[in-house]
Design a binder for this molecule. Structure first.
Ligand code: GLC
Length: 425
């Protein structure tokens, strides 16, 4: 059997022969790393992507990009990528990585370091760029950002002469008293046991002024009154019924569909659902009837705080077409493509200027709220064992939300397990 570098050289040379001059990447050396590429990304609202790939493919017939859709849940996407990378598979060239995986993938050597000078990073939102760094080195390029928002039924609140809630007390009062009048559930987020639940819990803790870990991820600070308050807010909703029990099975898409069908008064979700709610269609009961605001805080003195989400594009260390992959990433993160990420995909772009564009604000009135939420969002710790940290959090929180464990038991379990995970890192 050929050694990997020998096999690589053969393949890249073969790929180098087929290109025509007008299709070569700008300034590229065509002898290495040029050829067809596969973009691996989670299957959530991906419909807008194929036209972007078609445009690239028309201009790059010898470096065609193919879309490979991975499962919907972020944890399952990670598992599939990790399985491939562990066996050094070249199946994926460009990886659309959740912002919380940069450290793990870089530390494991699965993605290649990149040159900052190859990308217009100074034009991107600053906190977003930080998510693509590991120990100061760039390993991925910001592609979409994300911050949690509160969607509400504007038609109903208007009818009841109520404003959208700014605090948990306002939210739970409305969810408890108004929602039943309209035969709907009060509030939901993403409460299935996975990364989405870690995010929802972290946001609740932060919105009470606390945290799970310190900013640098080295100390566990979850044994606090703020974390207990955050968990009690969610547990209270399930216990009192203003969070429907079914929400324990919701990820982003299930919860999006429930709100869209008119079954919920309030929903915590990411900005991508705005596009779906705003698009007329059978099964959409909320077009023209919803509003969106920043997440509520625990009380008037604590503004709501989102977790910083999003995705960055990285190049697999095992890709045989890394040069084409790099050019493709430059295309996907360029200003014209980023504008379409917003207008066609309803995903938050990473270019700062798009949030201040008056024409875009007119069309997407939530852009200023979104920018504010992204800039104020709290990043999750950049740690190679983030996945283990997150599993500990989501398991313990789920036990409390399912009303199997008390808040006290869940917090103490999280505290002990997180300390173990951090010490054993
Ligand atoms: C979104 C966010 C991502 C987060 C995930 C949780 O995809 O962009 O950062 O981890 O939701 O489900």
């Amino acid at each position: 059997m050929k050694s990997l570098p020998a096999a690589l050289a053969t393949l890249t040379l073969a790929a180098g022969c087929v290109g025509s001059p007008q299709t070569s990447p700008a300034g590229g050396d065509r002898s290495m790393g040029v050829g067809p590429i596969t973009l691996a990304t989670g299957k959530v609202a991906t419909e807008y992507l194929q036209p972007l790939l078609d445009q690239w493919n028309a201009a790059h017939p010898h470096e065609r990009a193919k879309l490979l859709e991975l499962p919907e849940a972020t944890d399952d996407q990670r598992a599939q990528m990790v399985n491939n990378l562990r066996v050094k598979s070249d199946r994926y060239d460009v990886l659309n990585l959740d912002v919380v995986w940069t450290a793990e993938f870089a530390d494991a050597g699965w993605i290649i370091p990149l040159n900052r000078g190859d990308f217009p990073l100074d034009r991107f939102l600053t906190p977003v760029v930080d998510t693509a760094l590991f120990r100061g080195q760039l390993y991925a390029v910001p592609y979409t950002s994300n911050a949690g928002l509160l969607y509400y039924r504007k038609d109903i609140l208007d009818k009841e002469k109520k404003s959208p809630p700014k605090t948990w007390a306002e939210l739970s009062d409305l969810a408890r008293t108004v929602a039943p009048k309209y035969k709907m559930g009060g509030y939901a987020g993403q409460f299935q046991s996975y990364e989405g639940l870690t995010v929802n819990f972290a946001e609740a803790v932060q919105s009470a002024g606390g945290a799970i870990l310190t900013n640098n991820g080295t100390d566990v600070v979850v044994n606090s009154p703020q974390a207990r308050a955050g968990l009690n807010f969610l547990v209270g909703g399930l216990r009192e019924g203003w969070i429907p029990k079914a929400a324990l099975g919701y990820k982003e898409e299930e919860s999006r569909k429930e709100f869209e069908a008119g079954h919920l008064l309030f929903l915590r979700n990411w900005p991508y659902v705005y596009g779906a709610f705003d698009r007329a269609g059978a099964g959409n009961a909320v077009k023209g009837r919803f509003g969106v605001v920043t997440l509520p805080g625990s009380d008037a003195s604590h503004p709501g705080s989102s977790s910083l989400g999003g995705a960055n594009l990285a190049i697999s260390s095992y890709s045989k077409h890394q040069k084409s992959a790099l050019e493709f990433i430059r295309y996907l993160t360029s200003l014209p493509t980023q504008r379409r990420v917003l207008t066609d995909g309803s995903f938050p772009p990473v270019w700062a200027s798009l949030y201040d564009d008056p024409a875009l604000i007119k069309r997407y009135p939530y852009l200023p709220v979104l920018k504010e939420s992204i800039l104020a969002a709290r990043p999750r710790p950049q740690s190679p064992n983030y996945n283990q940290v997150s599993l500990i959090v989501s398991n313990a929180v789920y036990g409390a939300l399912a009303l199997q464990d008390s808040t006290e038991v869940a917090i103490m379990k999280m505290d002990a397990d997180l300390k173990g995970a951090i010490v054993n890192r």
